[in-house]
Design a protein around this ligand. Structure first.
Ligand code: B3K
Ligand code: ZN
Length: 876
């Protein structure tokens, strides 16, 4: 396949300042008439051919300036339209008629039908499945869209921008016209046509402009859209207050569809959402669902400025909009909820998803330099690490200069398609700083490691800290340059207070941040009056791995006393991880794992500490996952040993905390009506966490069964069911609860996904055959990405012992599914295949099974470009 390279970027020889699209909507066969105003670019040669992108298209007609184009003047294939004879004038009009097949479109890219509703997904390269076009993000056009459809089947006709006109036609058909005055790239085009219910509201912007808001969902589900609407209005206000960004059209619409490849899409004025990220109420959604909805509604809305008004020059710049917008949605959630808890969640997710990517065969820079299939680069690195890079920028510049840089970026580039260099230049110009070394965060793949040691000299009152950075090699980047790593820190005194120091020498230290720029720094803090514990990378100021001398006493101390809550959690997590690594080793050596009393006691004390937020206390009791421990071990991994070790620690804590946990659990019960707010969610999170320990401590399912039966919300019901399924799936209680849940939610697909998910995580011998049998359940379908992710995605990510089962059957299950899916939905198939990315770090037997299956898949004929790319890089 063709490889696209950043250095090959060339501006287009033609521009398309305006396009009028006309859709004669019909599920089986839709005719699309596109009228393009084409302009030859300033420096383009007169005779440059016009090459338009297509994908699976049939050309019905081609007219140039209104006249049929002679057959000899062009060449049309399903994926390309090349026009060689063009008018002499710089400007001309092209009319292209294509035929597309919405109801047989299983890729969910371009125009397709989801539960009877026409909808589109164009990012990254789906517009070329609708009409031939310069389908690249630096071609900005003003769109006018006319749709006609059967009035009964599709009373609702939506597109980008503002509504202009609508009316009745013959034969029970009708039409609507929409116009979007903001020039936009084709990936932001969208239309929706169907029969849907709606929730409406309105928002008055800071400058007093009135915006009509609409959230469209399946009939009967309107009430479940209330929370999304509330989140939308809060997002709109927040962007005004925090970034000075106002909304710019008369309407803003969101449509929820049930078949969607990812979370949601930021089409201008018409966001299309996976209904999982719109629909929520106490009966059907967990607190995690509510939080995700809030974050994703915000994320897509924030794209209106970071992505839509200012977009990417090319797809290598994807992080320009994604990393920045993730940073913005993280800040929004931090402001709306608990900042500390939010940050811990972000770091856990980064480590779970981005670190393995960065440390394996699929590693790539935040701004990649090459790709074969751009859809494979919507990754944790581009999104999550991309956000961390923006966060570091703010840490380095400070809040004020950061905001000045953002303001300058908006002012300078509004209406343009730009690059990471343009973005960084705005911050350099606004702050007067040189960001050359910092820019390596965008260009260089791999997770940097920071090694650290410190010693206190009581007589001289100095703390000497030695820091060294290194970046491990990644595919096609064997030699790395030194990075600019901002490390927030504190010198924690005996009472937990941050100690003052008179001076610091050996590196730039400002406002509680060490700026690491060389390989090695020896920093001497002078005038330190007591022996401090050095607390470093507070708030996870840099996305690095840290290797510091393992003083357990210091970690126990920081977990109790650090003024930064993130660092407290980190200290505890490091202790848990280290003890689980040691215990796994013991198990593998045929020994009993043992755990230190003071660590267990620390966990109990923090969990019971009423001065801490409940959500934080829930995180304290959430042990590192099996995958977390595996990642830290890094090679020759035996998931069974890790599972046994972790289970032993859970039981040790459960026994030690039996009474405390019982009292805490009862005390958290509250009779108030359900509210999804962060505080209430935190209480429920803690209750669910405690419940698992209670059940383990008692060795009976009673407490979980009681919570399952009494629950008046999904968080408690699903929490109890998860525990019953994990530990009692082969008992009457486990079976009865699973059956009751299935019965209750028979007609609520999004909730039945949870039922699939919970069963996919059961770490039993029979896990593989259970999942295979669930694939036969009437609710399951390979055609729906939510179903596939709930069952197979969860199995591959959250059931370590079964996915990595020693006989290779877990790998085979996932490989079979990937192959079965590839023919209909390559994007989802390729995503699922990334489950194999860490195969080289497993033990020898598992490695062999994985390699054989990967090689077998890679050798198949007719693989999609998406899947072939992932398999090839994973095996390289
Ligand atoms: N921009 C979309 C993602 C599109 C993915 C295309 N494969 C959603 C988002 O990040 O906001
Ligand atoms: Zn995004």
């Amino acid at each position: 396949g063709q490889i696209f390279r950043l250095e090959d970027y060339k501006p287009s020889a033609y521009l398309i300042p305006g396009i009028a699209l006309d859709f004669a909507l019909d599920a089986d066969e839709t005719l699309v008439t596109a009228r393009l105003r084409v302009e030859r670019a300033e420096n383009a040669p007169d005779n440059a051919p016009l090459e338009l992108d297509g994908d699976a298209l049939t050309l019905e007609a081609l007219r140039i300036n209104g006249a049929d184009a002679p057959v000899s003047s062009y060449e049309a294939t399903p994926d390309k339209l090349t026009i060689r004879k063009l008018p002499e004038e710089r400007e001309f009009e092209l009319t292209i008629v294509t035929r597309v097949l919405p109801s047989s479109n299983t890729t969910l890219m371009g125009l397709y039908v989801s539960s009877g509703v026409f909808c589109t997904q164009c990012e990254a390269e789906g517009f070329r499945r609708i009409t031939y076009f310069l389908d690249r993000p630096d071609i900005l056009s003003v769109y006018t869209v006319r749709m006609e459809a059967d009035r009964k089947a599709a009373p609702l006709l939506l597109s980008n921008g503002n509504p202009v006109e609508s009316g009745a036609l013959e034969n029970g058909r009708h039409f609507a016209v929409w116009h979007d005055p903001f020039p936009k790239p084709s990936y932001l085009f969208a239309l929706v046509a169907g029969d849907l219910g709606v929730v409406t509201d309105s928002f008055t912007t800071a400058s007093g402009r009135e915006v009509s808001l609409g959230i469209y969902v399946e009939h009967g589900k309107e009430e479940r859209a209330a929370y999304a609407m509330d989140a939308l209005k809060r997002s709109m206000r927040w962007d005004e207050e925090r970034f000075g960004r106002e909304y710019d059209l008369d309407v803003f619409n969101i449509v929820a569809v049930s078949d969607f490849n990812m979370g949601a899409m930021e089409n201008k004025g018409l966001n299309v959402f996976n209904d999982k990220y719109v629909l929520a109420d106490a009966e059907t959604a967990t607190d995690v669902d509510f939080a995700n909805i809030e974050a994703i509604i915000a994320h897509e809305y924030f794209h209106n400025w970071t992505g839509n008004r200012i977009t990417c020059r090319d797809w290598f710049q994807l992080c320009l909009k994604e990393g920045l917008t993730v940073f913005r949605d993280h800040e929004f959630s931090a402001d709306e909820r608990s900042r500390a808890v939010k940050r811990i969640g972000e770091v856990r997710a980064l480590r779970a998803h981005q670190f393995p990517e960065d440390q394996g065969p699929l590693a790539h820079p935040v701004r990649p330099r090459r790709y074969r299939e751009i859809n494979n680069f919507y990754t944790a690195t581009v999104y999550e690490k991309g956000s961390e890079v923006v966060r570091m920028l703010r840490t380095i510049l400070g809040e004020e200069a950061f905001r000045a840089g953002m303001d300058l970026y908006f002012e300078r580039h509004d209406g343009q398609a730009v690059t990471i260099e343009d973005f960084l230049k705005a911050f350099e110009d606004a702050s007067g700083r040189d960001l050359t070394q910092f820019a390596l965060w965008y260009h260089q793949a791999g997770t940097p490691n920071v090694a650290l040691s410190s010693r206190y000299d009581a007589e001289a009152k100095t703390l000497t800290v030695e820091i060294e950075q290194s970046v491990p090699p990644t595919p096609s980047e064997s030699r790395k340059r030194l990075m600019h790593i901002p490390l927030a820190f504190g010198l924690v005194g005996p009472e937990g207070e941050d100690l003052a120091y008179e001076s610091a020498e050996g590196a730039v230290v400002e406002n509680g941040v060490i700026h690491l720029r060389k390989r090695r720094h020896t920093i001497v803090f002078k005038g330190v009056n007591a022996r401090p514990v050095f607390s470093v990378n507070r708030g996870f100021s840099a996305p690095v791995t840290l290797c510091s001398e393992g003083r357990t006493a210091d970690r126990l101390f920081l977990a109790r006393h650090d003024s930064d809550p993130f660092s407290r959690w980190q200290a505890l997590t490091t202790l848990f991880t280290d003890t689980l690594i040691a215990a796994s080793k013991a198990v593998r050596g045929g020994k009993e794992p043992a755990f230190a009393d003071d660590l267990v006691q620390l966990g109990l004390d923090l969990a019971a500490d009423a001065t801490l937020e409940e959500a934080f206390r829930a995180l304290v009791l959430t042990l590192p996952s099996e995958a977390d421990v595996a990642r830290e071990i890094g090679h020759d991994i035996d998931p069974d040993a890790i599972h046994t070790a972790r289970r032993a620690l859970l039981e040790t804590i459960a026994r030690a905390g039996r009474e405390t946990f019982g009292d805490l659990y009862e005390g958290l019960h509250d009779n108030a009506p359900f509210s999804p707010d962060a505080r209430s969610a935190g209480r429920r999170a803690l209750r669910n966490t405690l419940l698992e320990y209670l059940v383990l401590g008692e060795g009976t399912p009673q407490a979980a069964r009681r919570q399952f039966d009494d629950a008046d919300n999904m968080t408690e019901r699903a929490g109890a069911l998860t525990i019953l399924a994990q530990y009692f799936h082969d008992t009457e209680d486990g079976r009865a609860a699973l059956a009751a849940f299935e019965e209750r939610y028979r007609d609520t697909p999004l909730v039945l996904d949870k039922w699939l998910q919970i069963q996919a995580m059961i770490p039993s011998e029979g896990a593989v055959s259970l999942v295979r049998s669930l694939m036969e359940h009437p609710h399951f379908s390979l055609a729906n990405p939510n179903r596939v992710r709930a069952l197979i995605g969860t199995f591959s990510m959250a059931n370590q012992t079964a996915f990595h089962s020693a006989d290779g059957e877990g790998y085979r299950l996932v490989a079979d599914t990937v192959l079965a899916l590839d023919g209909q939905n390559p994007q989802v198939a390729a995503r699922l295949a990334t489950a194999f990315r860490s195969w080289r770090s497993l033990d020898k037997g598992r490695r062999e099974h994985a390699r054989a299956l990967l090689a077998d898949m890679a050798g198949r004929e007719n693989l999609s470009r998406d899947l072939a790319d992932i398999l090839e890089r994973t095996l390289a």
